[in-house]
Design a protein around this ligand. Structure first.
Ligand SMILES: [Fe+2]
Length: 315
């Protein structure tokens, strides 16, 4: 009997009684899709999925995205990324064995494009003895908890989600990762776009506080200083302890999150320890906004991304 129990922490739920490696009945698949929408984050313990089994399981939630730019795409199963702290082959020597590597600030995946992916799936295959956590914040809960006056003030405003902003933050804070993937993602691929600061979830209609530390750079309608102060207030609010859940992996965990709704972060792993996760990504076919701030730059970027995708699929 498959059931779903809310986690004691800030957000998320655990699905119990499921073997995700086996074919899943239609009724159970419906339950899983419903639980993902209800909780935003679901965790299934004690799984041992092959790459192909993870792909099949992930397809229950929608068609899978092939990451356009990632250097970690698996050679045999292109829908799957192998995120390995010691490189794709697992043999890379760490530069700094005693320092945290792979730390990533709070973000939603592809939060700076018109149609970000709907969901992500991580499956822990090799775990470090410490650290290696993934953080989650439910941005539906952060919106709901705002004072009514602020809700009214921010509804209708536009936030710029900016790849450039993330790269500037990374360069100021060396603790955050700037990996090979980031190097190929040049600024002209991802021009700044404006999004509703309060966005409605495309599948549930629930309101979401659409900010993240990595992408949110300014508020279009407000003078710079006033916008920066509001943004800081909203970002600080989002990281209040009551909203933050850090998932500590057990071997075999499968973690799924609704990327429209949750923001996430990587806590990093000491260089000397190996951490390997299988990652699949469920495509999004909904536009979350994307006010063109520079139309020409966007048209050019779309062509360049299409060319990169074609290259990736063709290899
Ligand atoms: Fe991410």
């Amino acid at each position: 009997m498959v059931d779903c129990v809310r986690l004691a922490g800030a957000c998320g739920a655990e699905v119990r009684g499921l073997d995700a490696s086996r074919p899943i009945e239609a009724a159970t698949a419906d339950l899983l899709r419903g639980w993902l929408l209800e909780h935003g984050l679901i965790i299934i313990r004690d799984q041992d999925l092959s790459k192909q089994q993870q792909v099949e399981f992930s397809r229950l939630f929608g068609s899978l995205a092939i990451h356009p730019l990632a250097h970690q795409v698996d050679d045999e199963v292109p829908e799957l990324l192998v995120l390995d702290s010691h490189g794709k082959s697992g043999t890379m020597e760490p530069e700094n064995p005693e320092e945290l590597a792979g730390k990533i600030d709070w973000h939603t995946d592809l939060g700076y494009v018109v149609k970000p992916n709907y969901a992500g799936v991580l499956h822990g295959k090799i775990l470090p003895p410490e650290d290696g956590l993934t953080g989650f914040v439910d941005r539906q809960a952060t919106f709901d908890a705002l004072p009514e006056g602020i809700k009214a003030q921010i509804d209708g405003l536009t936030v710029v989600q900016s790849w450039r902003h993330s790269q500037e933050s990374i360069s100021k804070n060396p603790a955050f990762r700037s990996d090979e993937g980031a190097k190929v993602m040049s600024l002209d691929l991802f021009p700044d776009l404006g999004f509703p600061l309060v966005v409605s979830h495309p599948m549930t209609g629930r309101k979401i506080l659409n900010v993240s530390h990595m992408w949110s750079s300014r508020i279009v309608e407000l003078p710079d200083e006033e916008g920066a102060a509001l943004l800081k207030q909203l970002l600080d609010h989002s990281l209040e302890e009551r909203f933050v859940y850090w998932h500590s992996y057990r071997l075999g965990d499968v973690v799924l999150w609704d990327n429209y709704r949750m923001m996430h972060a990587a806590g990093g792993t000491l260089g000397k320890y190996r951490r390997q996760m299988y990652r699949t990504t469920i495509d999004g076919d909904c536009e979350l906004g994307g006010l063109p701030i520079d139309r020409e730059a966007i048209a050019g970027a779309q062509e360049r991304i299409a060319a990169l995708r074609a290259e990736m699929v063709g290899r």
